[in-house]
Design a protein around this ligand. Structure first.
Ligand SMILES: Cc1cc2nc3c(=O)[nH]c(=O)nc-3n(C[C@H](O)[C@H](O)[C@H](O)COP(=O)(O)OP(=O)(O)OC[C@H]3O[C@@H](n4cnc5c(N)ncnc54)[C@H](O)[C@@H]3O)c2cc1C
Ligand SMILES: *[C@@H]1O[C@H](CO)[C@@H](O)[C@H](O)[C@H]1NC(C)=O
Ligand SMILES: *[C@@H]1O[C@H](CO)[C@@H](O)[C@H](O)[C@H]1NC(C)=O
Ligand SMILES: *[C@@H]1O[C@H](CO)[C@@H](O)[C@H](O)[C@H]1NC(C)=O
Ligand SMILES: *[C@@H]1O[C@H](CO)[C@@H](O)[C@H](O)[C@H]1NC(C)=O
Ligand SMILES: *[C@@H]1O[C@H](CO)[C@@H](O)[C@H](O)[C@H]1NC(C)=O
Ligand SMILES: *[C@@H]1O[C@H](CO)[C@@H](O)[C@H](O)[C@H]1NC(C)=O
Ligand SMILES: *[C@@H]1O[C@H](CO)[C@@H](O)[C@H](O)[C@H]1NC(C)=O
Length: 551
């Protein structure tokens, strides 16, 4: 690591939030019969079934097992879901072999239990490990936790890697970079994010303008379907293979592994972070950046992180951090910036040249630590967060930006960062139907509103969540409409949800279409048909799974 490594504004800044869902729990008539009778015995029947099939019991944890809580907690990134109103699993299974995941599906299904699948545990609404309270009470569920299926096998002959769903992005980056100093992978910025959730939901980071989404690199997959069968691309067929590359795997099966294309990176890349406050012309610079950042050379990615900083009545201002990854050398970048964006004033002193793998650490905010830090999957913070997302088709005007800054400056105690990622480049070249991720040509920017906080009081959480909703309302005039688009990996339960026990035939599809089209636009319908084909009984249900539709 170069000693001059400056810190980027960490994407995990503090934020706030709160869960508004009421905890009323009138039980759904549909499940009362099945569950009421089975609840006590279901987990015992599961245990017998699982043991018969696998001859293993050490990989199953009941709430009575001493290590149950540690295993449950191991990758939870958002502690607000530890609240008692979120129900926990009756069992946790931690497969060490693919057959264990098959047995877990078969035995859950046979004994009336739901499954929730967890890879990296970063789900924004905790849906991989708890049930969110709703109008109806949820069926008891089993967590299939894939953290042990985390092998990364890189094959430089074919320039592909088979990656276990339980691997983290940090592991993927580390092992690919170790295989070759000119090999990399285009995916998200946080190294502890899991492959299973991330890739199945799309997945983007600093190389999206050059290479598109993580999901765009998938060439094969191994999936356990609702009948417990283990399928690969050839046996699952192209519909299901399409769905698990951006539609979120949660609705369709348990992804055990993806085979990913490895991409080329130069031996050395260049990064910078340039901070600008309002006094330093941040508004003009952001306005200018919005008009050009999606059209830069594909090798250049510059995102903006905007947040209110300082103290009310003293030095309060908005800081816009321009964070850059350039797939090339520093001098080349300086020349390019001099022509394309001279107003930012990038100078040699701002730039750091480093191997691509160290740029991953730079963006993660891992300073002066060995590369092996990328293999550490433990939660970096035991905190709470809430996020929402939008897309921009048109730049926001200077007046619009000033109004947004005013809203942020007014809101003391709400530590929200607005992360604006430019698209364009490769993202424009992939059609909106090629994968379930529809935000391609025309979706020029993604905005993520992200807030993290460390207080655990319910009232603090509630205040933050309420403020986020207010902000979301405030932003409406500036962002895409009809539908107001959102990114499935920045899952937001406020957009709508399924209720347990809802009649699924058609009715729940029509209801889910409201939020489903925000995430998937016209692709939501095809996702629902795929769901109807591969999981007609809706075994893989969750609060935001795609309901089945029948041709
Ligand atoms: C701090 C932080 C930074 C992030 N940065 C980025 C970023 O830069 N770019 C970006 O695109 N996203 C980013 N994300 C979002 C991230 O991509 C999603 O939260 C992603 O879904 C997490 O995947 P996971 O496996 O860690 O989560 P999990 O909580 O394990 O799973 C997420 C969802 O996928 C389902 N699922 C997980 N694994 C499987 C599987 N194997 N088979 C079937 N279903 C499965 C779960 O049931 C759940 O619904 C970030 C998230 C956090 C918390
Ligand atoms: C990195 O950390 C080590 C140990 O804490 C320290 O000795 C070293 O000087 C640091 N390097 C830089 C460049 O800050
Ligand atoms: C930019 O500002 C953020 C917070 O406002 C700070 O953490 C970071 O160190 C700054 N980075 C640079 C390179 O000035
Ligand atoms: C846990 O132990 C209690 C008391 O021994 C027992 O009644 C209960 O069924 C057990 N629960 C599970 C999930 O094993
Ligand atoms: C601020 O930016 C605008 C537009 O790029 C430019 O015209 C102006 O000179 C800049 N002002 C300062 C103080 O840098
Ligand atoms: C504002 O002032 C406080 C106290 O002097 C200081 O700690 C902080 O860094 C300042 N913040 C900014 C954004 O200038
Ligand atoms: C968060 O909690 C987990 C589980 O208790 C623990 O292992 C981890 O060290 C904690 N992390 C931090 C940053 O406190
Ligand atoms: C900010 O606060 C002032 C004073 O309360 C108010 O007049 C103004 O409308 C607020 N602006 C925004 C954008 O919320």
């Amino acid at each position: 690591m170069g000693s001059a490594m400056a810190s980027p504004v960490s994407a995990y800044f503090a934020f706030l939030c709160l869960l508004i869902l009421s905890a009323s729990s009138s039980s759904s008539s549909l499940w009362v019969a099945a569950v009421g009778e089975a609840h006590g015995s279901a987990h015992e029947s599961f245990l017998r079934c699982f043991h018969e099939r696998t001859l293993r019991s050490q990989i199953v944890y009941t709430p009575n097992t001493t290590s149950y809580f540690n295993v449950f907690r191991s990758t939870i990134q958002n502690v607000r879901f530890l609240s008692p109103e979120n129900s926990r699993p009756v069992l946790i299974v931690t497969p060490t072999e693919e057959a264990h995941a098959q047995a877990a599906v078969l035995c859950s299904r046979r004994h009336g239990l739901r499954v929730r699948v967890r890879s990296g545990g970063h789900d924004y609404e905790g849906l991989s490990y708890v049930a969110v309270p709703g109008a109806t009470s949820s069926r008891p569920f089993v967590i299939i936790d894939l953290a042990n299926l985390h092998a990364v096998d890189v094959d430089m002959e074919t320039r592909t890697a088979w990656v276990g769903a339980g691997a983290t992005l940090g592991e993927v980056y580390y092992y690919i970079a170790r295989a070759s100093p000119t090999a990399g992978f285009p995916a998200g910025i946080c190294p502890t994010v899991g492959v299973g959730g991330h890739v199945s939901g799309g997945g983007f980071g600093t190389m999206l303008r050059k290479y598109g989404l993580a999901a765009d690199q998938v060439v094969d997959a191994r999936v356990v379907d609702a009948r417990g069968r283990l399928l690969d691309r050839a046996s699952m067929g192209e519909d299901l293979f399409w769905a698990i590359r951006g539609g979120g795997a949660v609705s369709f099966g348990v992804v055990l592994a993806y085979r990913l294309r490895v991409v080329d990176v130069p031996r050395t890349v260049t990064v910078f972070t340039i901070n600008k406050t309002l006094q330093q012309n941040a508004t003009q610079l952001v306005a200018r950046w919005q008009n050009i950042a999606d059209k830069f050379d594909d090798d250049l990615f510059i995102r903006v992180l905007a947040q209110a900083v300082g103290e009310a009545g003293r030095n309060r201002t908005v800081n816009a951090a321009f964070e850059c990854l350039y797939l090339g050398g520093a001098q080349e970048l300086l020349d390019y910036m001099g022509k394309a964006f001279p107003e930012l004033g990038a100078q040699a002193g701002n730039l750091i040249e480093l191997p691509w793998i160290d740029s991953v650490k730079y963006f993660a905010g891992y300073q002066n630590r060995s590369r092996e830090i990328l293999l550490d999957r433990r939660p970096e913070f035991n905190s709470s967060f809430k996020a929402k997302s939008d897309f921009l088709e048109q730049p926001i005007s200077v007046e619009g930006l000033e109004h947004i800054w005013e809203f942020l400056l007014n809101s003391t105690g709400e530590p929200m960062t607005m992360i604006i990622d430019p698209f364009g480049g490769r993202m424009d070249e992939v059609s909106a139907e090629a994968t379930p991720f529809p935000h391609r040509r025309g979706s020029r920017y993604n905005i993520q509103y992200f807030m993290r906080w460390f207080e655990t009081e319910a009232a603090v959480t509630r205040r933050h969540l309420e403020w986020m909703r207010e902000l979301y309302g405030f932003m409406a005039p500036y962002v895409t409409r009809n539908p107001r688009a959102a990114y499935i990996n920045y899952k937001d339960i406020d957009l709508g949800r399924n209720e347990e026990g809802e009649a699924w035939a058609g009715g729940s599809y029509v209801k889910a279409r409201d939020w489903g089209t925000k995430y998937f636009k016209g692709n939501f319908r095809r996702l629902a048909y795929v769901k109807g084909k591969v999981d007609p009984d809706n075994f893989f249900w969750s609060e935001q799974s795609v309901p089945p539709l029948f041709a």
